[in-house]
Design a binder for this molecule. Structure first.
Ligand code: ATP
Ligand code: MG
Ligand code: MG
Ligand code: MG
Length: 561
């Protein structure tokens, strides 16, 4: 078997799952964010997929497989060819026609349904696929957690009315709970930012892990849980339920009169302070520029996220800066960008204030402003990002923070895509209506890595049985010993015949090497055939708990299912 384990890996592999998957011989990198799945990884991914499939099938979703290669025309219909941003991988065919590699499949499936489903009688309809997705992530550096080519389960539901959408959403939500529970994960569903994708409701499923990129706020006393991006103290109710059509997909340079206050800016732009808070203040060659990032879901969500990552002083999108600053192309090249552009605004309004106070240059707005003198700091008190220890907005309990890895995301899309693509059906009265949609993603390959983030120790992976590449790791300490070889072969046959997946280490290696590899690979149950083989006695060891003991081969067979 091809299980090229390693003692050490390079320092660039920071995340436990990244390190362990490399060390356990599960994955090898081909290019940044692009990996080959070796046999162990492939088996685990297959297990994860099967759990997902079973739960999708259970709620009546039908499996299909759409092409990764998408013609640009569909993506022009929704505008996402232009708005999706630099994560979109595009290419041309020999006739110079534009294509892209699908990062998500709303366009393709909406096109399918508009052709095939035209009556309320055929609704609701629920479809899913497990497929390779492509996103040119800015920082694909965490192994399978953030790939540029990765496996996703994406489901889409279509409805004639809101009620069945709500039902499907609930169904998916519960299916997701079952999936992550079966995979042995400690997870939370959190309220997420509907921001750009619009729609009334969406939840992210977060695997709790200190290494996670997202910050969650959880209530000690009730079940309130939100992604910090969404959680605001106070808040603007209207904001969350804004109709999709109102979302604007633009990035604007804002030039305002001197000494304008934040209050004036929000009025002038007709945006709420909440939205202004999502704006970013750039310092471009000493010139402060406020960039409003709003609109389209994936692209700008990413831009906002990266840009907010102020510590990193990195920008998500050169093109944004170019458009905003009017800089000649080349200015914002990938290398020069980091040096020339520094993000001086953080995601908290308070920091925006600090940044604004420092801004004092011609032709950029918010000049010469001083908090208190030019605007009331209180004005924003109700929209500052939530802090640890704040009262829970639901029950008044105490909020605490936690880190998470987004492994799933469920969305009520509404008619955003169906309207843009004229995907309609005839209702009971024979009237043409846009299809109402929901979409639901799970990162399959990210999930495999997230399981490791939660299930490992100093010696290696500690797989839950449901995701383990094998159930049993059978080790013959010395294959040259006749008794050991015979007993091990016999047990292997028995175990396999009983339907167990067994990894049989019959290599001519030192025992120490075999045990080290076994701990690293992390299969739940180890059976060692060693010096007691002549008496038909073997040793067992539970990988996770370390519990071990001896039992006779007969006892072992008796235990088999
Ligand atoms: P993130 O915020 O981590 O970039 P996303 O919100 O862009 O993720 P979605 O568009 O919601 O991702 O896609 C659905 C699921 O696909 C995510 O919940 C996540 O589990 C997975 N996923 C997204 N991007 C990646 C990636 N680059 N590598 C692996 N899995 C990913
Ligand atoms: Mg993303
Ligand atoms: Mg996200
Ligand atoms: Mg998401």
């Amino acid at each position: 078997m091809l299980i090229p384990t390693l003692r050490k890996v390079g320092a660039e592999a920071e995340m436990a799952s990244h390190r362990l998957m490399l060390r356990a011989g599960m994955i090898r990198q081909l290019a940044a964010g692009v990996y080959t799945y070796l046999p162990l990884a492939h088996r685990t991914l297959y297990k994860v997929e099967q759990v997902v499939r079973e739960e999708m099938n259970r709620i009546g979703a039908q499996e299909i497989l759409m092409p990764a290669l998408n013609p640009s025309e569909l993506w022009r219909e929704t505008g996402r060819w232009d708005t999706y941003g630099p994560e979109l991988i595009t290419l041309q065919d020999r006739h110079e026609r534009d294509f892209l590699l699908g990062p998500t499949h709303e366009e393709v499936i909406t096109d399918l349904l508009r052709n095939e489903v035209n009556s309320y009688k055929r609704l609701p309809m629920s479809l899913y696929q497990i497929q390779t997705k492509y996103r040119d992530e800015r920082r694909p550096r965490s192994g399978l957690l953030r790939g540029r080519e990765f496996l996703m389960k994406d489901a889409y539901t279509f409805h004639a009315d809101r009620e069945t959408l709500d039902q499907a959403y609930q169904g998916m939500y519960h299916a997701y709970e079952r999936i992550f529970t079966r995979l042995g994960l400690d997870f939370r569903a959190v309220e997420a930012d509907s921001g750009a994708i619009g729609g009334t409701e969406n939840h992210e499923f977060m695997v709790l892990a200190d290494s996670g990129e997202d910050t969650l706020t959880l209530c000690d006393s009730c079940d309130y849980a939100a992604n910090i991006e969404t959680a605001r103290v106070g808040g603007h109710e209207g904001e969350k339920s804004r109709p999709v059509a109102e979302e604007i997909s633009t990035v604007e340079k804002v030039s305002t009169p001197k000494a304008s206050t934040i209050e004036q800016v929000t009025k002038m732009l007709d945006i709420s302070p909440h939205r202004l808070m999502k704006s970013l203040l750039f310092d471009v060659d000493g010139e402060p520029v406020l960039v409003l990032v709003r609109g389209d879901h994936e692209a700008n969500e990413v831009k906002v996220k990266h840009a907010l990552d102020a510590d990193q002083c990195e920008l998500a999108d050169e093109a944004v800066v170019q458009r905003v600053t009017g800089a000649p192309s080349g200015f914002a090249g990938p290398v020069g960008l980091k040096e020339k552009v520094r993000i001086i605004a953080d995601h908290a309004v308070r920091d925006l204030f600090d940044a604004v106070t420092g801004a004092n240059e011609a032709d950029a707005h918010l000049l010469h402003v001083t908090p208190e003198r030019d605007f009331q700091v209180d004005h924003f008190a109700d929209v500052r990002t939530v802090q640890e220890g704040d009262p829970c907005p639901h029950c008044g309990g105490t909020l605490r923070f936690s880190r998470g890895i987004e492994v799933g995301h469920v969305f009520k899309l509404g008619t955003k895509y169906s309207e843009a693509m004229q995907a309609t059906f005839l209702d009971r009265e024979g009237k043409e209506q846009p299809l109402i949609m929901g979409c639901y993603g799970i990162g399959i390959s990210r999930l495999a890595a997230a399981i490791i983030e939660q299930h490992h120790d100093d010696n290696g992976i500690t797989w839950p049985l449901t995701a383990a590449p094998f159930a049993v790791h059978l080790i013959a300490v010395n294959m040259k010993d006749e008794n050991q070889a015979r007993l091990a072969e016999q047990l292997y046959g028995q175990l396999v015949q009983n339907g167990l997946e067994v990894l049989f280490d019959d290599r001519q290696e030192r025992a120490g090497v075999k045990f080290k590899d076994s701990d690293l690979i992390g299969i739940p149950l180890r059976i060692t055939v060693g010096s007691k083989a002549a008496e038909e006695v073997v040793e067992y060891k539970i990988r996770r708990s370390g519990e071990s003991g001896h039992l006779s081969a007969q006892e072992l067979s008796n235990q088999l299912p």
